[in-house]
Design a protein around this ligand. Structure first.
Ligand SMILES: *[C@@H]1O[C@H](CO)[C@@H](O)[C@H](O)[C@H]1NC(C)=O
Ligand SMILES: *[C@@H]1O[C@H](CO)[C@@H](O)[C@H](O)[C@H]1NC(C)=O
Ligand SMILES: *[C@@H]1O[C@H](CO)[C@@H](O)[C@H](O)[C@H]1NC(C)=O
Ligand SMILES: *[C@@H]1O[C@H](CO)[C@@H](O)[C@H](O)[C@H]1NC(C)=O
Length: 486
């Protein structure tokens, strides 16, 4: 990694020319955000292409290339664009396909693209969909229900490609620290898979009819299946106000997590759902800053630690009885969506950002490198993410700031990204003429966010932001691995 970073830094330092945006000035009707323009990795460029959404939480692209937007509190929109190339997209049609203000987060398309699934806090519904006419059938069917619970009310939906016919649903806890999570039958803090071919069982009860992929998960909103291997990963938003033996250690602990949940096939083969991996919530959490944890002898990034140390619960029992994250991320950065690239060589993750931390953190679209179904970085890494688009100055967050949420793969290797708090849609494209190389940076320190190499070159991102401000465009350059992967 070190060699790559050095190469990348050299590339960045010679990339001042890429801050000139001549190739985009021909685009008419450029939209600009009302908040400071986010900084974009020098290998990429980004453009705001749509405003006026309410809370765009999930994106899907249909077989005809139309964008489906789950707009929470509104319903499902179907949007088409006039594509002028590059980041110049103009909204053409914008139809409210499903008018239902209870839809609040989850949406997925069936493998044949002819059924749309979407969720409320209690239920998953299906509509027959014709992508060629952009229309849905009137006969909505309830396929799963029995998910009503408070506090964490999103129900993320994932259609498995490796186990056709299975829908995976992620459901969070009913409180910040909820003891119900110990009880598998309570149905909270877990991810389950449902056989949708079993139409006679509709609506399938979440607890009675779903096989468990993982539990002991506080709120794993972002979940995806690696298309190459079928391995399912989930990003976990961990607890607020964590204590260790009564001492508050919340500032930089616990870590947010990337957890490996196995495959749907493995979940189906298991005799007892209770044997599914348990990730420790609500008693064991992952370390981010070990030094801030009392009695932290031997603890490293990503290790499980207990909120209390006694004769039955302690760091040893945590690490023996529960599964540690495959990667850890800075506390309070709030990873909310994850999408693997088509070859599974990267997972793109949105970090929605802290909402009440004294020094805001997160607010970035980032990438984690994968190889053969495994993250490339070790579990002890403090530095596993590369930022593609992020707020350079976090002091304006969360109020005057974007909050990255949904990701989808658009046409010609471009990426759609929403900011749900501001009701916006961006398009992001790799710069063909940018410098090569790859970099990573931690996301917990504002001065490093958006900078190309973890603060080694703090000025270049700032220059990028000011140079693009007047155009309402964000600047960028290249990441070799990313172009190949898209
Ligand atoms: C709606 O009805 C059609 C025709 O009977 C059927 O093929 C389709 O599966 C139904 N769609 C849903 C979502 O129930
Ligand atoms: C569900 O039905 C589809 C289409 O017939 C088939 O490909 C798939 O294998 C079935 N899956 C299960 C679990 O029955
Ligand atoms: C150890 O701590 C856990 C978590 O606070 C608590 O539930 C348990 O009762 C404690 N056990 C003993 C023996 O004190
Ligand atoms: C941790 O818990 C285990 C299992 O109850 C116990 O055997 C061990 O002594 C405890 N360790 C400490 C340091 O209390």
């Amino acid at each position: 990694m070190k060699g790559l970073r050095t190469a990348a830094l050299a590339a960045i330092l010679s990339s001042a020319a890429y801050l000139v945006l001549a190739d985009d000035t021909t685009c008419e009707n450029i939209l600009s955000p009302s908040y400071p323009v986010p900084a974009v990795h020098p290998g990429w460029k980004a453009q705001l292409i749509m405003e006026g959404l309410v809370r765009p939480r999930t994106l899907e692209v249909d077989a005809e290339g139309a964008l489906l937007i789950l707009d929470a509190g509104v319903g499902i929109r179907r949007v088409t664009f006039t594509d002028h190339g590059s980041t110049c997209l103009e909204v053409d049609e914008n139809d409210l396909l499903v008018d239902d203000d209870r839809l609040n987060h989850g949406m997925a398309l069936s493998l044949d693209g002819r059924t749309i699934y979407a969720s409320t806090p209690d239920s998953v519904y299906a509509w027959s969909y014709d992508p060629s006419t952009g229309s849905i059938s009137d006969n909505r069917t309830t396929v799963v229900d029995g998910m009503q619970s408070s506090v964490h009310v999103t129900r993320t939906l994932l259609v498995s490609r490796h186990s056709p016919g299975y829908l995976v649903i992620a459901r969070g806890s009913s409180d910040n620290l909820a003891h119900q999570a110990h009880d598998l039958d309570a149905g909270v803090s877990q991810v389950r898979a449902f056989n949708l071919n079993n139409t006679a069982a509709y609506p399938i009860d979440f607890v009675a009819g779903g096989r468990v992929l993982g539990w002991g998960l506080r709120n794993s909103v972002g979940i995806d299946e690696d298309p190459a291997t079928g391995r399912i990963y989930a990003v976990e938003t961990s607890i607020d106000d964590v204590e260790r033996n009564g001492e508050l250690i919340k500032e930089d602990n616990p870590a947010e997590e990337l957890n490996y949940l196995g495959t749907v096939a493995e979940a189906l083969e298991r005799e007892d759902d209770a044997d599914a991996p348990n990730f420790g919530y609500p008693v064991c959490y992952a370390v981010w800053e070990a030094d801030d944890i009392p009695d932290h002898d031997g603890l490293e990034v990503g290790d499980q630690f207990s909120i209390e140390t006694n004769s039955t619960l302690n760091d040893t029992t945590c690490s023996e009885n529960y599964v540690s994250p495959r990667l850890s991320f800075a506390a309070h950065t709030v990873p909310l969506a994850m999408r693997f690239t088509r070859e599974g060589s990267q997972a793109w993750i949105t970090f929605h950002g802290s909402f009440n931390r004294e020094d805001p953190t997160g607010y970035t679209l980032s990438v984690v490198q994968f190889n053969d179904g495994e993250p490339v970085e070790p579990a002890t890494s403090h530095d596993s993410v590369t930022h593609i688009m992020s707020m350079a100055d976090l002091t304006t967050c969360p109020d005057n700031c974007f909050r990255p949420m949904a990701i989808a793969w658009g046409p010609s290797g471009r990426v759609f990204l929403t900011s749900d708090s501001t009701g916006e849609l961006y398009i992001i494209e790799r710069r063909a003429d940018g410098p090569s190389g790859t970099q990573s940076g931690t996301i917990e320190r504002p001065e490093e966010t958006g900078s190309p190499d973890g603060g080694d070159d703090p000025d270049s991102a700032a220059v990028g932001v000011s140079a693009v401000q007047s155009l309402g465009l964000a600047v960028a350059a290249v990441l070799t691995g990313l172009l190949v992967a898209m």
